[in-house]
Design a protein around this ligand. Structure first.
Ligand code: UTP
Length: 302
């Protein structure tokens, strides 16, 4: 089976860091988000991976040359017309199944069970505030509708970004329907709208509750994911070239050429070349080559 991972987006919510590094390559618990995703899907036996590239796509291609366990193809999404449009770029007109995983979340689940579902299956998780998410409506065990940010949510089960599709061809036809009739939501061709087209034509979707969704799309979630994964690894991740003197660090990702001196850091991601001197900081991202000064930045509430 093949997987498609869309990573074309600008990642505006993680600017300024994503102005120079593609969002999926930001480090969390010591390695790029994309590497965590690839580790999980290659472990489940998927080695053919198509990446939909766009913003800073050359960085993604470069990264993949050093990832040995998968065969990659890259398809450029020339215009950012939405997730449905992005996925469409990578589909083949064959009935083969497909795994789709968004490039900014790390999912913990039994992948082998997910990938052996008999029907198309959408990964879902309960959320406290369903009005802010894409939500599935279930009729018995089948998904009868998908709603984008509904005013009256029919359930609290949100689509979180992992999908098993039983036939690429049917998804392709669903997205083509959106493009042909110019059906957009928020001016974008949405994957959820394509699913609704497929449901209306009789395609069966089931829901699968994902054990854990470690989002990496905004500063707060990138940091909480860093903390969760490093707590499990019982430590910090410090690049060989980083220098740490007279400091205490806990749950930190410290990248290449960083300097940490006379400081206390807890759950901090320091990007390449960042410096922290005489500071006590928590739940913070220190930017590329940034000389961190507490006076300029506020600690985030996770
Ligand atoms: P997001 O909706 O988080 O968009 O996309 P984004 O551009 O990455 O981030 P913001 O909203 O500007 O902060 C979820 C995933 O889908 C991909 C993104 O790269 C990300 O992995 N995507 C989204 C595309 O590849 N193309 C699109 O047109 C939209």
């Amino acid at each position: 089976m093949r997987a498609i991972i869309p990573v074309a987006g600008h990642g505006t919510r993680l600017e300024p860091h994503t102005l120079t590094l593609q969002k999926c390559l930001l480090p969390v618990a010591g390695k790029p988000v994309l590497e965590h995703i690839l580790d999980r899907i290659t472990n489940a036996g998927i080695t053919d991976v198509t990446l939909i590239t766009g913003h800073l796509g050359e960085q993604v291609v470069e990264f993949c040359t050093s990832y040995p366990d998968a065969n990659f193809t890259f398809v450029e999404q020339k215009e950012r017309l939405g997730l449905g449009h992005a996925i469409y770029q990578g589909l083949d007109s064959v009935k083969d199944p497909l795994l789709i995983v968004l490039g900014d979340s790390i999912f913990e689940l039994d992948y082998n069970r997910f990938l052996s579902c008999p029907n198309s299956t959408i990964g879902v998780a309960p959320v406290p505030d369903p009005k802010r998410f894409g939500i599935v409506e279930l009729t018995e065990d089948r998904i009868s509708n998908v709603w984008e940010k509904p005013d009256n949510p029919p359930s609290n089960l949100a689509l979180i970004g992992i999908y098993y599709i039983s036939s690429q061809l049917e998804l392709s036809m669903g997205i083509e329907h959106l493009i042909k009739h110019d059906i957009r939501t928020k001016n974008e061709y949405q994957l959820t709208d394509a699913f609704q087209v497929m449901i209306d034509k009789g395609h069966i979707f089931n829901a699968f509750e994902i054990d854990e969704c470690l989002d990496c799309g905004i500063p707060e979630t990138l940091l909480s994911t860093n903390k969760t994964l490093l707590t499990r690894m019982e430590g910090n991740s410090v690049h060989d070239s980083a220098v740490i003197t007279n400091s205490q660090i806990k749950n930190c990702t410290i990248s290449e050429n960083c300097l940490i001196k006379n400081s206390q850091l807890e759950n901090v991601i320091v990007l390449r070349g960042g410096e922290v001197i005489n500071q006590k900081i928590k739940n913070t991202i220190v930017g590329f080559d940034e000389i961190f000064n507490l006076a300029q930045t506020e600690e985030l509430e996770l």
